[in-house]
Design a protein around this ligand. Structure first.
Ligand SMILES: [Zn+2]
Length: 311
């Protein structure tokens, strides 16, 4: 079976809120190490999110998330954190690889310097904003302002590219997206965004945006969140397949992958309720007519290619 690389999951932040740990299989939530293994996911990007409303500083929220991951890796020895190029070779024989991503840069608290420390702690993927504006850029939730990347945002992009982090446009405002595409620095992807042509939602990408990511060698990770997939009250696995096929038809099978957003979403498509259900999606993609080679690219090789280029 083809291994799976999933480019986005919020379990690191939500598990503790739900009173569970990611090294033990739970009935709660959508993702933990045992369920990752059962679903055939060999590499998982885990996001560190932070908000300004929690009563704990965004930086401390991120540091606590990293501490939780370090503890989980001790408790679950088959899982390991990918830090440098040699680590990709360990993604064999049932080992579970984890890539740490910073989702939104609120934790930088308006300064570029903490980025190097977060890199040293293992962060290898970075998005500038969540939905709201911060010191680096405007998110999609602030779309009406027309704002893009700030001077600090551009400085952080250059620094992240220099350190060796993949840059993520998911959640960025439209203007921010095109500002990012206009920069020479960085390998840019969308870890968890869908197709605006199929579902008109501000978090989804237009065809022009998908083409821009592809022309820079990037990948779009398809998100399982029902409101990003369909107007229907309930999404199905076929909706995920439709969004994947749209990117394939638009820019080829080399520029699409998975970005489930498990544990960041309060609902999931029927049949894709948690990480153990990934094989159902693989089967549906096969039935949709994709070749084994195309499946390999979409499920594994595309993300591996992009992350290996940077890390
Ligand atoms: Zn997100």
């Amino acid at each position: 079976m083809v291994p799976i690389f999933d480019a986005h999951c919020d379990a690191l932040m939500t598990a503790s809120e739900q009173g569970r740990v990611i090294w033990q299989q739970s009935q709660e939530g959508q993702w933990d190490f045992p369920r990752m293994g059962m679903g055939g996911v060999a590499c998982q990007v885990l996001a560190l999110c932070s908000t300004r409303e929690k009563g704990i500083s965004p930086l401390n929220q991120v540091l606590i998330g990293i501490a939780d991951l370090y503890r989980a890796l001790k408790e679950y020895p088959e899982a390991f954190l990918i830090r440098d190029g040699d680590d990709w070779g360990r993604l064999r024989g049932g080992n579970l690889g984890v890539v740490l991503a910073l989702e939104g840069c609120d934790a930088l608290e308006g300064r570029p310097e903490p980025l190097e420390v977060l890199y040293a702690l293992g962060v290898r993927c970075l998005s500038l904003t969540w939905n709201l504006r911060n010191e680096l850029a405007d998110g999609v939730g602030d779309e009406t302002s027309g704002g893009g990347l700030t001077r600090l945002g551009r400085q952080v992009v250059r620094e992240a590219a220099r350190l060796g982090m993949v840059l993520d446009v998911s959640h960025l405002s439209t203007r921010g997206f095109w500002d990012a595409m206009g920069m020479d620095d960085g390998v840019w992807v969308a870890t968890h965004s869908n197709c605006r042509a199929l579902m008109d939602h501000p978090r989804n990408l237009t065809d022009d945006q998908i083409k821009a990511i592809a022309s820079r060698g990037g990948v779009v990770g398809i998100n399982f969140y029902p409101p990003f997939l369909t107007v229907a009250p309930q999404a199905t696995i076929d909706d995920v397949v439709r969004h994947i096929l749209h990117v394939v038809e638009l820019v080829g099978p080399e520029h699409v992958g998975l970005g489930s957003d498990f544990d960041g979403i309060d609902a999931a498509p029927v049949g894709l309720e948690d990480a153990t259900r990934m094989p159902q999606l693989v089967q549906a993609l096969g039935e949709a007519g994709l070749s084994l080679e195309e499946l390999r690219l979409i499920l594994w090789e595309n993300w591996l290619r992009v992350f290996q280029r940077v890390v």
